[in-house]
Write a new protein. Structure first.
Length: 307
């Protein structure tokens, strides 16, 4: 790439997208006009390389709304989101729970959300935790790929092994899965618990206080794993503050019906309903059905006190 494109500090009133690679002329030059105004381009020869994309995030005026996240993902990164994915990416709810089929792209869409926030809102912090450190690392790797596709200079933050630090001061950090090692973060703008149905309640209790001062958002994303744990309790018994999004495999246009029929035969009805139909099914290890126990419990009965 010709010198002066990525190194020169330029100011634009709108995002710059170049699908050009200056290849065969040393005389080619791109420079902003002094005092602002339109971009001045002079070149003798140039070659289009579709895989070469350079993007400079627009400076947001004070009080201005960031660019719509869906339009940003489609225009800049070339994503084609389905209706449910677009709804999730546009969500401004402070509490979001995604109960989605396997292979819907819940981690991908949430990583897009994190990168969009990091770029358009300087100084923000996204923290992602999961049942295992590998899952948190995979989330951050997806975010890194999106950021580098935008030609955004990112690196580790120097303090956390799984992390991204942006030039504008924003960070995305993936944390280990144990309750004792996730404490200490504050001013979190977006807290994501990936594969939340398999994360321990103790982990959930340890990370929620990260939002106490910042007023940040909490996203729980997962496929069900039995009628237990904070993911099930939040989905089934959580307050109306939660935005609930359920997407089954039958509602995902990328999963063929023939594949689902094969999976139903291979996995059996119970596992299939859990993994692809997003149902909280019994694990089979209990003596009594969970719904039967819940129906037997009443709030209007005084407790029995034995002296």
């Amino acid at each position: 790439m010709g010198a002066g494109i990525t190194d020169h500090k330029m100011r634009w009133s709108a995002p710059l997208v170049l699908l050009a690679h200056l290849a065969r002329s040393e005389k080619a030059r791109i420079a902003p006009r002094r005092g602002g105004g339109r971009l001045r381009i002079r070149m003798s020869k140039w070659v289009i390389l579709p895989e070469t994309i350079i993007w400079t995030a627009p400076a947001q005026a004070d009080g201005a709304e960031p660019e719509d996240a869906v339009e940003w993902a489609e225009r800049i990164l070339g994503f084609r989101l389905d209706e449910a994915q677009a709804r999730v990416l546009r969500s401004r709810s402070k509490r979001v729970i995604l109960n989605c089929t396997r292979q819907w792209g819940k981690s991908t869409v949430t990583a897009l959300k994190a990168v969009h926030q990091a770029i358009t809102e300087p100084g923000t912090l996204t923290v992602v935790v999961s049942a295992c450190e590998r899952q948190s690392g995979e989330f951050v790797r997806k975010a890194s790929r999106f950021a580098r596709a935008l030609n955004s200079r990112v690196k580790g933050d120097g303090d956390n092994r799984v992390s991204l630090a942006f030039e504008n001061g924003s960070r995305i950090v993936g944390l280990p899965s144990t309750e004792g090692t996730v404490r200490g973060f504050s001013a979190v703008s977006l807290l994501v618990i990936d594969e939340a149905s398999r994360a321990a309640d103790e982990l959930y209790h340890a990370v929620r206080p990260m939002l106490a001062v910042s007023g940040g958002s909490l996203w729980l994303i997962s496929t069900p794993f039995g009628k237990r744990g904070f993911f099930y309790e939040t989905w089934d018994h959580g307050s109306e503050d939660w935005e609930r999004v359920k997407v089954t495999a039958e509602g995902c246009p990328r999963i063929p019906a023939a594949f689902l029929e094969e999976e139903r035969r291979a996995l059996g009805e119970r596992v299939f309903r859990q993994e692809y139909l997003c149902e909280f099914v019994e694990t089979g290890g209990g003596v009594f059905d969970v719904e039967l126990v819940e129906k037997a419990v009443r709030d209007d009965v005084a407790p029995l006190e034995i002296e």
